[in-house]
Ligand binder design. Structure first.
Ligand code: GLN
Length: 554
């Protein structure tokens, strides 16, 4: 049986949520008992987003095999169980890198190497490789917007796929915008018409149109779009803006997207079982209370930089029927000239929990240390992730152990006390991404710790990494003697993975990124436990002390 593909393209403008739409289609097909796989092509020339600034590109999502990928893969993992690896996200840069390598090796036997067929063949082979994983349906998202010069080879490749595999094995889903024009008090279909025409001009007739709009599309408008864009009446889908992204699969189900796609693919499947998603949405709409978390970080102006983090916190809150509110706090704003100056405290008062997420570079570190000190001393639940674990250790060394010059060699090349350092460089380990520790690593948990309790008594877990620096075990005896507990290490005991403070309601730092493995229906244990502690902190201290979150960034 031939592999079946759903190709998702986007038109009119970017940022309409194409990744979310693709993930939601995947989710719905899974709910109908099918095995899906998902992949994304990014038209830019970087080989992967690993070197791109979080301000430019948002979060870098990391897979188990250590690929640094586009954040849309995070949506794919949250909405489906597709097994994602470095094969599931390719950029123009990666494609060309592979072609040039082959050319240098002489693989093209003297032929002229060209966009068609060599680049398009490389793209098609990448799709076939993912589809060969045994999925019933492979969903392929093409990054960028139709009309971009950079996307052309990818669109040509999917056009050829239809040509080769036929209609019954390929569906073209196109995401467009139906804007509300305030002056006319009307929704407008023209941009959608233009976008579909643009796609047609390169030989692709869209089969399904997902029309993003802030208001529901009236029936006549759908019919008008269907007529002008040459699609079936039922194939114009109202992809209305919803209060929560987790409602998208249910909305698509209501609009019949799954049945339509399966009809086009000539594929039978049982009806969708959406009970778990429906229950999740019911909790979203009926929270028993809220929980307010302060996130002290460096890239806080651009929320996409911490996409998975925000989602993982949301999952932890939803599991306990709570509404999550987040206040983003720029770490630099918490810095003070002297350690005795505690003026930053007013900016941290009233949160139910404080979190320092991952990050790179020196900026804002002293502010993070102040926030951690505050959380530790005032018994406010604290969760440190990657950089947030490293800074928690530095704070403890400085303020509890009295090691004034404690630091990471990332921020001070020759600190008096090198609490955090580049162990891998010392060990001479070289790999993809320089000396980064990337992807899944096993971690052994110490029984009787907060970590072990959070993970339900499991003794070995696996979590994803993306960092260069490590806890320096030469300081272990000193720090643990003063009360810090190492509750997780790699099984060979080389790397410290989790630290915590016994006697504190929740003070835990992990060297890995648990946020990458949290799903709405399978919330991550550390986030679940952190939210629980934060909510307990909220309830215990009474209404007066609760902070109203600033909605500087929703
Ligand atoms: N900058 C730190 C390191 O490289 C932490 C990285 C992170 O938080 N992802 O080790």
């Amino acid at each position: 049986m031939s592999a079946k593909y759903v190709f998702v393209t986007g038109g009119v403008v970017s940022s309409l949520g194409k990744g979310l739409a693709a993930a939601s289609i995947g989710c719905l097909l899974e709910c109908r008992g099918l095995r899906v796989n998902m992949m994304k092509f990014d038209p830019y020339l970087n080989v992967d987003p690993g070197t791109m600034s979080p301000f430019q590109h948002g979060e870098v999502f990391v897979t188990d095999d250590g690929a640094e990928t586009d954040l849309d893969l995070g949506h794919y993992e949250r909405f489906t169980h597709a097994p994602l690896t470095r094969d599931n996200n390719l950029t123009t840069g990666r494609i060309y890198e592979q072609i040039i390598m082959k050319e240098r090796r002489g693989d093209y036997l003297g032929k002229t190497v060209q966009v068609i067929p060599h680049v398009t063949n490389e793209i098609k082979n990448a799709m076939r490789k993912v589809a060969a994983n045994g999925a019933d349906v492979t969903i392929v998202e093409i990054g960028g917007t139709v009309g971009d010069i950079e996307s052309l080879p990818f669109l040509e490749a999917i056009r050829q796929m239809r040509q080769e595999l036929g209609r019954e094995n390929t569906v073209f889903v196109h995401l467009t915008l139906v804007p509300w024009i305030a002056a006319a008090q009307e929704l407008k279909t023209k941009p959608t018409q233009h976008s579909v025409k643009e796609l047609l001009s390169i030989g692709i007739q869209a089969d399904v149109l997902l029309c993003r709009s802030d208001f529901p599309l009236p029936r006549e408008m759908k019919q008008k779009i269907a007529t002008f864009c040459n699609v079936e009446d039922g194939a114009v889908i109202g992809a209305t803006t919803l209060p929560s992204i987790y409602e998208v699969p249910l909305n698509f189900a209501k609009e019949g997207v799954d049945s339509l796609i399966l009809k086009y693919l000539h594929k039978e499947a049982p009806p969708a079982d959406l009970t778990h998603w429906q229950a999740l949405i019911d909790r979203i709409h009926n929270p028993k209370d809220e929980v307010v978390i302060g996130i002290v970080g460096k890239y806080v102006e651009y929320e996409d930089s911490y996409k998975s983090l925000k989602e993982a916190l949301t999952h932890g809150a939803l599991a306990q029927n709570l509404k999550l509110k987040v206040t983003w706090i720029e770490a630099e704003g918490l810095e003070t000239a002297s350690p005795d100056d505690r003026s930053y405290e007013s900016k941290l008062e009233g949160f139910d929990g404080i979190l320092v997420p991952g990050g790179f570079g020196k900026r804002g570190i002293e502010g993070m240390l102040n926030a951690i000190r505050y959380a530790r001393e005032k018994h406010v639940p604290y969760f440190g992730i990657c950089l947030g674990m490293q800074t928690a250790c530095i704070e403890f060394a400085r303020n509890v152990c009295g090691l004034k010059g404690a630091n990471s060699s990332e921020f001070d090349p020759v600190p008096a006390h090198r609490i955090i350092y580049k162990l891998r460089e010392l060990l001479g380990v070289e790999e993809m991404g320089g000396t980064m520790r990337l992807g899944a690593w096993a971690c052994q948990l110490q029984p009787g710790t907060l970590a072990s309790e959070a993970y339900n008594g499991q003794t070995e877990i696996s979590e994803r990494h993306r960092h260069r620096y490590e806890f320096n075990r030469e300081y272990e005896a000193l720090l643990t003697g003063a009360g810090l507990r190492i509750s997780g290490s790699t099984p060979d005991q080389t790397y410290v993975e989790i630290v915590e403070l016994p006697g504190h309601p929740y003070f835990l730092g992990c060297q890995f990124h648990p946020e990458f493995k949290s799903k709405p229906l399978e919330p991550h244990p550390l986030f679940h436990r952190f939210i629980r502690a934060s909510y307990e902190h909220r309830v215990n201290r009474g209404a007066d002390a609760i902070r109203q979150p600033t909605e500087a960034k929703a």
